[in-house]
Design a protein around this ligand. Structure first.
Ligand code: NAI
Ligand SMILES: CCCCCC(=O)/C=C/C=C\C=C\C=C\[C@@H](O)[C@@H](O)CCCC(=O)O
Length: 256
């Protein structure tokens, strides 16, 4: 898929991995609608991106992925502004084992909500142009992080949901590919003060510190490059891409 003239929606776009995905898509010719709850960070980012890429290539819409109403309004505004949606990156996520129900609502239900609302606009069977959805899971979506079991569950859910949607879309003729990225540790705000985010498991925080020192951390640009690969390579559907400091590897899942 060539990105020139295509429209992307990125959730959690105001900073970190979402910002890097946004910049990567813009640099490769797409228009990008940034959805986030952090209005100040997003507005500053869009101001800078507009100077670099032009006023008509970006749009920020305040949107909490926990709200179907806000997602519906954001996608409708996107279509009204840019004529359609070709790419969706469900990237927004949090780490909070204290408020674990909020983690589920954002990390897993937010991906499902975003996907189902976007389907109404992207599905070729309902007047859409088709396209691609790339969801942000984690290596914790493939194996357990013992310090954050609910976070682990949400990311496993994102992997499973994405792979099932890939199959459903192909079997139904929606014209939409679904893929998922599974990064290891990435140098963003997300990793700041992990102890405070692990709730009843904070006594295990040294496990994470040992894992990070062993695994190292990725740059956000490493992750964004992998998203670009899954967006542009039209052979990719139902793929999970592990991204770690030593490289990246498509996951081979057991077949039934
Ligand atoms: N940083 C890391 O080590 C890794 C992060 N990930 C995943 O990558 C994604 C992005 O994480 P980072 O960029 O590292 O985090 P970050 O904290 O730097 O950025 C997350 C962005 O999502 C936004 N956000 C949070 N809740 C939201 C909501 N309800 N609605 C809309 N936007 C919301 C935040 O305002 C922020 O702009 C998350 O899904 C995370 O689980 C996956 C693997 C590793
Ligand atoms: C503080 C939590 C980080 C949240 C951000 C994130 O999603 C990072 C994930 C990075 C790596 C996850 C790795 C999971 C590994 C498991 O599959 C298992 O192999 C762990 C084994 C630990 C060990 O080395 O013994």
């Amino acid at each position: 898929m060539a990105l020139s003239g295509k429209t992307a929606v990125v959730t959690g776009a105001a900073m970190g991995i979402g910002q890097a995905i946004t910049e990567k898509l813009l640099h490769n010719g797409a228009k990008v609608v940034l959805l986030d709850v952090n209005e100040s960070a997003a507005k500053t980012l869009v101001e800078n991106l507009s100077k670099q890429y032009g006023q008509d290539r970006t749009l920020f819409l305040s949107c909490n992925v926990e709200s179907e109403e806000q997602l519906k309004a954001a996608f409708e505004k996107t279509v009204d502004t840019f004529g359609g949606i070709d790419i969706l990156c469900n990237n927004a996520g949090i780490l909070n084992e204290n408020e674990w129900e909020k983690s589920v609502s954002i990390n897993l239900l937010g991906v499902i909500r975003g996907t189902y609302v976007a389907l109404q606009h992207m599905n070729k069977l309902s007047g859409g142009r088709g396209g691609v959805v790339v969801n942000t899971a984690s290596m914790a979506g493939l194996g357990p992080l013992i310090t954050c079991p609910v976070y682990t569950a949400t990311k496993h859910g994102v992997v499973g949901f994405t792979r099932a949607m890939a199959g459903a879309s192909a079997a139904s003729g929606y014209g939409i590919r679904f893929n998922v990225i599974c990064p290891s540790f990435v140098q963003t705000e997300f990793l700041s003060d992990p102890n405070s985010k692990m709730g009843q498991f904070s006594h295990l925080a040294d496990v994470i510190e040992q894992m990070i020192s062993k695994a190292g951390t990725l740059n956000v640009s490493d992750v964004a490059e992998s998203v670009l690969e899954m967006v542009t390579d039209e052979t990719k559907n139902g793929e999970a891409l592990m991204i770690f400091s030593k490289g990246k590897h498509y996951v081979t899942f057991p077949s039934m």
